[in-house]
Design a protein around this ligand. Structure first.
Ligand code: AMP
Length: 143
């Protein structure tokens, strides 16, 4: 089974981040601009927290806060669960399902090297399985 670094090879190493005092409104604008469902909250090179679409729904929309007057650090989740780039895809998926999270930053010797979503991992796995089925069908002459 492949490791998370294989997914990053295809997806790239870009991580969209914001500072802790960024207003939630600006954070959402950034998520929309980059078409992503989470932002890492960074202070220099340190991961301080994570803010996802779900945090907006639970902690802004439902709690009567306004996104202009709330800083990301007030509604982010901390500490952040991360995985190593050598973590197997199935293990990363298990970490996500156990903790009910859909985003996992990836580190290598403590350094941030990317982020994967549950969608990225499922997509990679599905493609790998389709490839394997095709190969086996060719082998047994089924197509
Ligand atoms: P998600 O399903 O990824 O949108 O996240 C659901 C909740 O878990 C939100 O409150 C997120 O801030 C939090 N969360 C998401 N990913 C992580 C992570 N890697 N570490 C810690 N909390 C997270």
């Amino acid at each position: 089974m492949a490791a998370v670094c294989e997914v990053l090879k295809e997806k790239g190493n870009e991580v969209i981040g914001v500072g802790p005092t960024t207003p939630v409104y600006e954070a959402i604008e950034k998520m929309v601009e980059h078409n992503c469902g989470s932002l890492l909250v960074m202070e220099d090179d340190d991961i301080t927290g994570i803010f996802t679409e779900r945090d907006y729904l639970r902690k802004i929309a439902l709690q009567g806060r306004t996104s202009h007057d709330t800083a990301v650090q007030e509604v982010m989740t901390s500490p952040v669960v991360v995985c190593e780039s050598g973590t197997e895809i199935d293990e990363a998926l298990a970490m996500m399902t156990d903790r009910r999270i859909r985003h996992l930053p990836v580190v290598e010797e403590g350094r941030l090297v990317g982020i994967v979503s549950i969608g990225d991992l499922v997509k990679y796995k599905t493609r790998e399985q389709e490839f394997r089925i095709g190969y086996l069908e060719d082998y047994i002459g089924a197509r």
